[in-house]
Design a protein around this ligand. Structure first.
Ligand code: SAH
Length: 346
């Protein structure tokens, strides 16, 4: 199987069947080999730099009912909150003074923020922090809305496709949601000029290895600027509460595949990886990830943004989070930089 790793290293491309063989035949030796090749690619492109993004989870209201997600509309146990403009700007200010140069506004699909509200928030951040990137992660909107947010100064957008297989998508989402629309959103975002991120959960209920190969095929053809993957983790108030969490070992293997097929991509070591394994984020970096996304949300709301159970870093101030991450990253020979960390930049 090492020849398939070498093929990805040289050509950044595999067929669906090749992805399946590679994943099915992986063992300790192959994993060590792929980690080494993938981290050598990250080193060639980014050296030992790790980019950080300040995550502001500004609302946990959501009109959607994704079966896996803790903030789904029908979860009556979820204590809802949303942040005011001032609170959001306060998070950015804390982040800026700590050296963050990217702010990620993430939330459920909260109808109380109208298009104008998001434009106003983006505009205020843009005016106050002209040297920072603004990333939105607020779900499926219309082309017109995406274009307006972009014109007001948003640079990047994160929208995981969740699964590239239509049948699998329908097992994870209610009937009013579709993979087709999710993909149309991704194409629209790219056409408008955003740096776009997509991704999927590893080990989500009903996922097969063939589904994962389809995810990789989709990512390979869509060629996003960013790809976020993390293990599925059950949430106690969802119908998937008794499902098994995804595998860290497989997640790390897939991070290496992503690095080899998309050498320049920005790939985060996600909080979900750190939740299932206390050294998960370090391992993800050694497998080829180059981004960390610590939380800048006010401590009082952190626990309420619970997409899954036992989420880490809900009790620390942003400054503590950053120094903890600095230590972790340094322990494996990397360093966090004060930088927007744009796609294509070294
Ligand atoms: N509303 C936005 C943001 C979603 S939350 C949107 O629609 O894009 C960000 C990501 O968290 C989701 O895309 C999903 O992949 C992940 N997520 C949700 N529930 C999860 C769970 N139980 N385990 C692991 N990841 C989860």
């Amino acid at each position: 199987m090492k020849h398939l790793v070498d093929k990805m290293y040289d050509f950044h491309f595999l067929s669906k069947d090749e992805f399946i063989s590679l994943i099915e035949h992986r063992d300790k030796e192959l994993s060590d080999y792929i980690f080494k090749r993938a981290s050598s690619v990250s080193h060639q492109i980014f050296g030992n730099k790790i980019f950080i993004r300040g995550l502001v989870e500004f609302t946990n209201y959501c009109k959607n009912d994704c079966f896996y997600c803790g903030i789904r509309k029908s979860n009556k146990n979820c204590e809802r909150y949303h942040l005011s403009d001032e609170e959001i700007l306060g998070c950015c200010q804390t982040g800026y003074s700590l050296g963050f140069r990217t702010f990620v506004l993430q939330g459920g699909e909260d109808g109380s923020y109208k298009t104008d509200d998001i434009c106003r928030i983006v505009d205020s951040i843009r005016r106050k922090y002209p040297d920072c990137a603004i990333t939105l992660s607020i779900g499926e909107k219309t082309y017109k809305e995406y274009k307006l947010f972009f014109d007001y100064g948003a640079d990047r957008y994160l929208l995981r496709h969740e699964t590239a297989n239509d049948e699998h998508y329908r097992k994870l989402h209610p009937d009013n949601m579709s993979l087709e629309n999710r993909k149309q959103c991704l194409y629209a975002l790219k056409e408008i000029g955003y740096q776009v991120g997509t991704g999927f959960m590893v080990g989500s209920p009903f996922q097969t290895i063939e589904n994962i190969a389809e995810d990789l095929e989709f990512i390979q053809s869509f060629s996003p600027h960013m790809v976020g993957i993390g293990p599925f983790i059950p949430h106690k108030d969802t119908i998937f509460k008794n499902e098994k969490p995804g595998s860290i070992e497989l997640t790390l293997f897939l991070i290496s595949i992503l690095r080899l097929i998309l050498p320049k991509a920005l790939i985060p070591a996600t909080t979900a990886v750190g939740t299932l394994d206390s050294k998960g984020r370090e391992k993800a970096i050694l497998a080829g990830a180059n981004v960390l996304m610590p939380n800048l949300s006010p401590i009082g709301v952190r626990k309420k943004y619970a997409l899954y159970d036992n989420k880490i870093c809900t009790g620390e101030e942003a400054a503590e989070c950053k120094s903890c991450l600095e230590k972790r990253v340094e322990s494996i020979g990397y360093r966090i930089v004060v930088d927007r960390g744009d796609y294509g930049q070294r």
